[in-house]
Design a binder for this molecule. Structure first.
Ligand SMILES: *[C@@H]1O[C@H](CO)[C@@H](O)[C@H](O)[C@H]1NC(C)=O
Ligand SMILES: *[C@@H]1O[C@H](CO)[C@@H](O)[C@H](O)[C@H]1NC(C)=O
Ligand SMILES: *[C@@H]1O[C@H](CO)[C@@H](O)[C@H](O)[C@H]1NC(C)=O
Length: 488
């Protein structure tokens, strides 16, 4: 390694980033800064953040070469991510190194390969691949609907990686290869919020019921919820008479004594995830098994946390411009897409027919609401009742009407800092609910994902919940509105 050159680059970058940080430039930069400091420590360099703070003369220089530094910086941080992977791979036992690329998609014309990781912007990237392969020159991913890319219209056969053996090796050598990932704890929670906390009768049945089934004889299983005297539907009191009940009857008194999977708790789901889903389901499966990062020498390893920057780094490598992707539309689109996506299936006739056997229509709406709050699109301060949503008013509400309300609630959620806090708080609380040995099971199951991609197995934030004064604000508690009052 060219030690001196690298050292100077690092000193420069740290100073540059520290300066950015002082200007109050968001947590984003702070997280890069951490990465760099960690890297410096790994290289036994003697530079400290403190040292740079004192050398203010570096500021002028840093600003002059601003754009150049940024360009350099992007290659540099990506190189760091790639080096970290190579290093971690060298330590992985051979049985953990997979060479399976069946999950990947490719545009041979662009010599581009993408391995989708569910819960890590994979919907965006599927739309991207769709446009990349089908439009010439490529049009914006936002011009194609989410439903289209998950339908039969997606040219699966065109994008499939069918190569294997030497042909695959050869292809990988010359292609630009991309992986887009997410912090493992956040990914695991995201699947729960999206599939089980959200009104999703299909996943309640596929994941919820098996999770609950793992909880027979709960006395010996501290992660299990007590379901003795379980009553479903108790809040589902409809006025008699002129309002048509869209509810399939679950016993005439509206109660039932078995779960339909809708009440599965986060610890129960985590148990299923670490014992089964991690081996069988793409939403939960560890990335190192699905995308073979020790076999494929990925060119771009994107993180959700640095999404924009990583996209900008990729595009020139495959001859696509930012305006083609319409990146500037990204922010507005992300919120709308999240809302549309949350409502589309959950409020469809087919799904409602199933979910209303288990919960009330109001709870369908409230669960969508909470999901968007946990994902940071609606402030905890804004409640369904602020929009006069109650049992009666939601009875005849359809998807488009709910979307209107949610878009309005999103528009009123303007404090981005607080929305970020919400996400963090929900993550912390979710993991505070686990038994200590469940955290160990996560480490065991997803261990390589943490080390390969440079995430902490024991995040600092998790230390909070062993403290006596840890406050659970009820982020995952659907029985009442979420209030963060006590922690702000
Ligand atoms: C890059 O894209 C442009 C416009 O889409 C096209 O005209 C050009 O030939 C492409 N260049 C390469 C090297 O593929
Ligand atoms: C990975 O690819 C880069 C170029 O993108 C190359 O410099 C490096 O040597 C490759 N590493 C391995 C292990 O093939
Ligand atoms: C945004 O929320 C944070 C955290 O609650 C608070 O400290 C800050 O004052 C808020 N900013 C505005 C502009 O309301």
């Amino acid at each position: 390694m060219k030690r001196n050159g690298a050292g100077i680059t690092i000193i420069f970058l740290i100073c540059f980033l520290s300066v950015e940080l002082w200007r109050g430039d968001s947590a984003n930069i702070a997280s890069h800064l951490k990465v760099h400091i960690k890297d410096v420590q790994e290289m036994d360099c003697e530079v400290h953040r403190q040292g740079c703070k004192l050398k203010l003369s570096a500021v002028g220089t840093a600003k002059e070469v601003d754009s150049k530094a940024q360009e350099h910086q992007s290659d540099f941080y990506m190189q760091q991510r790639r080096d970290a992977i190579a290093k971690a791979c060298a330590r992985l036992p051979p049985q953990d190194i997979s060479r399976n690329m069946h999950h990947a998609m490719t545009s041979r014309l662009h010599r581009f390969l993408y391995c989708p990781v569910e819960k890590s912007a994979s919907t965006f990237w599927r739309r991207f691949m769709y446009q990349l392969v089908l439009t010439q020159p490529m049009q914006s991913p936002f011009d194609v609907s989410v439903q289209t890319v998950y339908s039969g219209k997606f040219p699966i056969s065109q994008v499939q990686v069918t190569e294997s053996g030497e042909a695959l090796d050869k292809m990988l050598l010359s292609f630009t290869k991309m992986l887009f990932i997410r912090e493992p704890y956040s990914r695991l929670l995201s699947a729960y919020v999206d599939k089980l906390l959200a009104p999703n009768p299909i996943l309640w049945s596929m994941w919820g019921l098996p999770s609950v089934a793992l909880c027979h004889e709960p006395a010996t299983k501290p992660w299990c919820k007590d379901r003795s005297g379980y009553i479903r539907h108790q809040q589902n009191i409809f006025p008699a008479g002129d309002v048509e009940q869209p509810v399939s009857k679950v016993g005439l008194d509206g109660t039932a004594s078995t779960s339909c999977g809708e009440d599965v708790t986060f610890p129960e789901y985590v148990k299923l995830a670490t014992t089964t889903l991690a081996r069988t389901n793409a939403h939960v499966m560890p990335i190192y098994r699905m995308c073979s990062p020790c076999y494929v020498n990925y060119t771009v390893i994107g993180h959700m946390e640095t999404f924009d920057k990583d996209v900008r780094l990729l595009l020139p490598k495959i001859n696509v411009t930012e305006s083609q992707v319409n990146l500037e539309k990204m922010d507005a689109n992300v919120a709308y897409d999240a809302i549309e996506d949350s409502v589309h299936d959950s409020m469809s006739k087919a799904w409602l027919k199933q979910s209303l056997k288990c919960i009330s229509k109001l709870e369908v709406v409230r669960r969508i609401w909470r999901k968007l709050q946990i994902r940071g699109f609606i402030s905890w301060r804004i409640k369904p009742s602020d929009f006069n949503l109650d049992h009666l008013s939601v009875l005849n509400m359809d998807g488009p009407a709910l979307i209107k309300v949610l878009v309005s609630a999103n528009g009123r959620s303007s404090n981005k800092t607080e929305l970020k806090l919400q996400k963090k708080q929900a993550l912390k609380e979710a993991y505070s609910l686990l038994q200590p040995d469940q955290l160990k099971e996560i480490s065991d199951t997803f261990g390589p994902d943490f080390t390969l991609f440079g995430f902490q197995q024991r995040p600092k934030a998790f230390e909070d919940f062993s403290r006596a004064d840890f406050i659970n604000t009820g982020a995952l508690d659907l029985s009442k509105d979420w209030s963060m009052e006590r922690v702000l």
